[in-house]
Design a protein around this ligand. Sequence first.
Ligand SMILES: [Zn+2]
Length: 336
Amino acid sequence: MKKILLYFLFIAIAGCGSNNHIVDSSINDVTGAVAASFANTITPTDLETYLYIIASDEFEGRETGEEGQKKAAEYLKNFYVSKNIPSPLGGEDYFQDIPTEHLRPNLNPSENVVAFIEGTEKPDEIIVISAHYDHVGMSDSQIYNGADDDGSGTVAILEIAEAFQKASESGNGPKRSILFLHVTGEEKGLLGSKFYVNFPIFPLANTVTNLNIDMIGRVDDAHSNNPNFVYLIGADKLSTELHTLSEKMNSKFTKLDLDYTYNDENDPNRYYYRSDHYNFAKNNIPIIFYFNGTHEDYHRPSDTPDKINYELLAKRTQLVFFTAWEIANREKTNCT
Ligand SMILES: [Zn+2]
């Protein structure tokens, strides 16, 4: 009985989320000069402006459920409203509310912040771009600003959303839909992304990929002599096509050194299991995790916005943008 039950469960989950469902590799890339013109709207200056706000003392380290985090959530919402980027929840409701019972008993209710650009041709197929906006708060009256962790991913999403919105307004909107997902509770145990996959706004069976960004504004010791890099984790685990597509976008446009050190199953850090993408991967949705490695300011009050390499942050953000553009606009997936 159990085995059969499990078998059917697998079929139900697999559906659209089975191996290689992202793309047909025989199809040519669609990403070119038009995408590049919108990628150029992702700038170091904009990212710096937004990050100095997200990582400001006013937000008190953005601890899940606390007042500082509510202010950060409000800032994200106001950003989307000001750019005319809608919410998938309708109206001006940009918050996916999460009650304490789905967090932890000692936490106040919190919220994921969501925005959405509907696809022009395949609106039911969803690409999720995620980053956590919570951090670890305050301790002994010291504020943990979390500029890299994960202010960097948070502002990357804002810039990517803005670039896709500009594309939409000029008649170049993505064919598939894109959900911009700022999750809460990551530092408390990937709680916001767990809630999202348990109560998805769009069916997981139609969710074609998750691109998750957690720390992309710094350079770790291993790359002090070659800072033009980013670690990619997970890209080839559920879909070799996704891995190939990601590599092609990078070699064509951003030309970063893609470091797969932490993609090794035997790597003791086990980063594949340690950020929000894992909740999507568990549901058989192909993911890519973008990461710069740890550094001396990791989870310390000294993770501040003055230490971010904004040129590099922009380039890494553009890589996520190009990858999302290609997935969103390719002719076919096995879902269709
Ligand atoms: Zn993080």
